[in-house]
Design a protein around this ligand. Structure first.
Ligand code: V47
Length: 374
C-alpha cells in the first residue's frame, strides 16, 4: 500500500514566501522581517502546515497538560494597566487580600489530591514585601511538600525585590530558599516602550522583565514567557517582542514555554478596542511556533482562549494546553472569557487532545512527561 503523504510542498506564487517556506521546511531559523512577512502574507493553510512541521520536529505528536491550581493572593494593585479587568481599589467590595491563614486553607484543599503545581500570581499589593512572598511559598510547601511552586510575575518580583534593596539575583535566591521553583511568564505584555506607555504606563519596562528572567535563569530558576496580543500592537511589535525573548533564550536556555495571551475586552478601559478574531489567534500561534525555534513548548492557555479554540490551536503549533485549573483563577473570567468557572478533568483534557489527533501526555512543571495516555 502507498504511504499517505503527510507533507505536501505548498504551491506558492510569491518568491519571498517560497524562500521562507523552504527555510521552515528545512528547519532553519527565520529572521524578524520574515516573521512579519508570514503575518502579513501567508494564508492560514500554509501557516498551519509550517507550524505543524515545526511542532512535530520539536515535540512529535505529544500534546501536554498538567494537574495544577492557582492562588491569586490579592487583586489590589499599585499599577493601572489599561487591559486589566481584575485590578480593584482598596475598599472595593470586589477586592480581596489573602493572609497566610487564607493561603493555608487553599493549600489544605489539595492535601489529598494529585496536583503537581501551584501557580501563584496576583496584583502588586502596596504593603507586601519579599518576606511575605517567601512566607506564602513556605506556607504552601508546609502543607504540600512535593508541589512545584511557580510563582510571581516579573512585575511583582521587581516591586518586592527593589523594596528589599537587594539585587534581582539576591532577591530570587532568597525566594528560592523559601521554596520558589520557577517563574510564570506574566507581565511581559508587549515590550515596545511606546505601546507600553499606552497600555500599562506605570509598570516595569520590558528591559526589567527581561533582566529578572535572565537573573532567574542564571540562578537555576526556569521560567515562561508571554505576549499579550490583539490590542494596539502591530505585527512588527509582536516580532520585536518575540525576538528579545528568543535572543535571551539563546543566551540562557531558561524558558520552558512561550504563551501568546489574547487580549480579552470585558470590564477594562481598553474594551472599546474589541477583540481580534479566531483566524488572527491561529495565525499568531503559528508564527510564534515557527519564529520561537529555541523555546521547546508553545502553550495554548485554555482559560484565556476557550476550549473549542484551544483544540484548533493544536493544529497551529501548540503542544501544551496547561492544566486542570480547578476554578482557581479569575483573571480571564473577569475579562470576559468563555469559561466563567475554569475547570478541566484529566478525562476532558485527554479527550480534547485526542480530538485534535494528537497523543495526550501529563507533564510536570519542568516539562518532563509523567504519563502518556496512549
Ligand atoms: O501579564 C491580564 C494577561 C497575564 C488581560 O506562565 C490579560 O504558565 C488578556 O501570565 N486580556 C497574567 N490578557 C497571566 C499569565 C499566565 C497565564 C497562564 C499561564 C502562565 C504561565 C502565565 O495575563 C498578564 C497579562 O498579560 N492579562 N488581563 C486581559 N484583559
Amino acid at each position: 500500500m502507498e504511504p499517505i503523504v503527510k507533507t505536501i510542498a505548498p504551491n506558492i506564487n510569491d518568491d519571498f514566501l517560497k524562500h521562507i517556506t523552504s527555510k521552515v521546511m528545512d528547519g532553519q531559523r527565520i529572521q524578524p522581517n520574515e516573521a512579519v512577512y508570514l503575518y502579513e502574507k501567508a494564508d492560514l493553510a500554509l501557516l498551519s502546515q509550517l507550524a505543524n512541521i515545526t511542532s512535530g520536529r520539536i515535540n512529535g505528536d505529544y500534546v501536554l497538560f498538567n494537574k495544577n491550581f492557582h492562588i491569586e493572593p490579592t487583586n489590589l494593585c499599585v499599577f493601572n494597566c489599561k487591559f486589566c479587568s481584575y485590578h480593584k481599589g482598596a475598599g472595593d467590595p470586589e477586592s480581596w487580600v489573602y493572609n497566610l491563614d487564607d493561603i493555608k486553607k487553599i493549600a489544605l484543599n489539595y492535601q489529598n489530591s494529585d496536583v503537581t503545581e501551584v501557580h501563584i500570581v496576583g496584583g502588586v499589593h502596596p504593603k507586601w514585601d519579599l518576606d511575605y512572598y517567601g512566607k506564602m511559598i513556605k506556607t504552601v510547601k508546609e502543607i504540600l511538600p512535593n508541589i512545584h511552586v511557580k510563582a510571581f510575575s516579573a512585575i511583582e518580583l521587581d516591586y518586592v525585590i527593589r523594596k528589599s534593596k537587594l539585587s534581582y539575583a539576591e532577591g530570587l535566591r532568597k525566594l528560592k530558599e523559601y521554596g520558589l521553583d520557577s517563574i510564570p511568564g506574566g507581565g511581559a505584555e508587549i515590550f515596545d516602550p511606546a505601546v507600553r506607555a499606552k497600555i500599562c504606563p506605570d509598570k516595569a519596562s520590558g528591559e526589567t522583565w527581561l533582566a529578572i528572567h535572565k537573573a532567574a535563569h542564571q540562578n537555576g530558576i526556569q521560567s515562561n514567557a508571554t505576549m499579550l496580543y490583539g490590542h494596539i500592537e502591530s505585527y512588527k511589535h509582536r516580532v520585536q517582542h518575540m525576538e528579545a525573548i528568543r535572543n535571551l533564550q539563546d543566551e540562557t536556555h531558561g524558558f520552558n514555554c512561550f504563551i501568546p495571551l489574547k487580549f480579552r475586552s470585558a470590564n477594562n478601559p481598553m474594551g472599546y478596542l474589541g477583540e481580534v478574531n479566531l483566524t488572527e489567534d491561529l495565525r499568531n500561534f503559528a508564527v510564534s511556533r515557527i519564529f520561537m525555534d529555541n523555546i521547546k513548548h508553545l502553550k495554548a492557555y485554555w482559560p484565556m482562549l476557550g476550549i473549542q479554540n484551544t483544540r484548533l490551536a493544536i493544529h497551529f503549533g501548540a503542544d501544551d494546553i496547561d492544566g486542570t485549573i480547578d476554578d482557581t483563577t479569575k483573571i480571564y473570567s473577569m475579562a470576559g472569557a468563555e469559561e466563567q468557572k475554569p475547570v478541566m478533568t484529566v478525562n476532558r483534557l485527554t479527550q480534547l487532545v485526542r480530538e485534535a489527533g494528537k497523543i495526550p501526555a501529563e507533564r510536570d512543571s519542568l516539562y518532563n512527561i509523567i504519563k502518556v495516555y496512549s
